[in-house]
Design a protein around this ligand. Structure first.
Ligand code: 5GP
Ligand code: ZN
Length: 112
């Protein structure tokens, strides 16, 4: 079973910072910034490529929860980056759609 589905089901441990009926947010196990969280829908959607019109509200909620947890972690003023890696060129490694929320340091643009 998908590791993010297992985290959402509490079958696999994670430092969960927010959860409700639709969405779960937790700290990334290999943080790439002082604060690095992931926000996922409980629904198993493989990537943005597989999202449909029926997922519009759910994806909107993922973004609102990204904002909420970022601000709760004190990133509202300094800023943060929200990233959804999709497919090989973006380096997607877990095939359950997730938004990275990264903050606590300055970041370059364009990303590597
Ligand atoms: P992707 O490369 O697909 O955009 O991001 C997957 C992210 O999931 C990576 O940043 C990786 O560190 C994180 N990750 C992979 N396995 C686990 C896990 O078991 N627990 C947690 N908390 N994060 C994980
Ligand atoms: Zn899944």
């Amino acid at each position: 079973m998908c590791i993010f589905c297992r985290i959402a089901a509490h079958e696999l441990g994670a430092r969960i910072v927010y959860e409700d009926d639709d969405v779960v947010a937790f700290h990334d196990v290999h943080p790439q910034a002082p604060t690095h969280m992931l926000v996922i829908p409980r629904k198993h959607v493989v990537s943005l490529n597989e999202a449909t019109e029926a997922d519009a509200a759910l994806l909107g909620k993922v973004l609102l929860v990204a904002s909420k947890v970022a601000q709760e972690q004190g990133l509202g003023g300094s800023g943060y980056r929200v990233v959804l890696n999709t497919g090989p060129n973006a380096g997607q490694s877990v095939f359950h759609v997730h938004a990275h929320v990264l903050g606590g340091r300055g970041m370059g643009w364009p990303p590597g």
